[in-house]
Design a protein. Structure first.
Length: 164
């Protein structure tokens, strides 16, 4: 067992010395050749052309008297798509109104909705948009989805009230 241990120690020492030599050679070659490599790359026409192609502007401003005018790229227009009442209900309202979380009136339960409907749709719309702290629970403004438009939120309200 001692011969195996001695072999392993010598082998590890030789391997460590070889790795150390390789690291020293790598560092020296990087130091000595780094500047020369950088100069070659800066002077190579293909490298210069590829670099200029990557950083060129996508458009130019047209200035009177300039020989060549390039039309600028027109950015794409964002198309805003409004969600329907059922879509808003399924993505925002269902979390509370499907099971009555936090005192929310359950969707389709006319007994729970009757006193709220008696107050009028305009007041319900105000509570939906601005939020409401009731005796039983809390309705955050726009159901917590302030990224949705008033029209989308009111569409969800109309959807929820349609079957009552």
């Amino acid at each position: 067992m001692s011969q195996d241990r001695r072999f392993f120690d010598v082998f590890s020492l030789i391997l460590g010395v070889l790795v150390g030599i390789a690291v020293v050679i790598f560092v020296l070659s990087s130091i000595m050749g780094g500047d020369a490599q950088e100069q070659i790359l800066r002077q190579d026409p293909q490298v210069v052309e590829a670099t200029l192609d990557r950083i060129k502007p996508i458009a130019r401003v047209a200035i009177a008297g300039e020989a060549e005018i390039v039309d600028p790229v027109i950015p794409a227009q964002l198309v805003e798509t409004l969600l329907t009442g059922p879509q808003v209900y399924n993505t925002a309202c269902q979390a509370c109104h499907a099971s009555g979380v936090g005192g929310a009136p359950v969707f389709g339960d006319s007994v729970v909705w009757k006193p709220r409907l008696a107050q009028g749709r305009d007041l319900l719309a105000q509570h939906v948009l601005e939020g409401y702290q009731g005796e039983v629970g809390y309705m955050p403004p726009k159901g917590g989805r302030i990224d949705l438009s008033d029209q989308e939120i009111l569409g969800a309200l109309d959807f929820m009230l349609a079957d009552l």
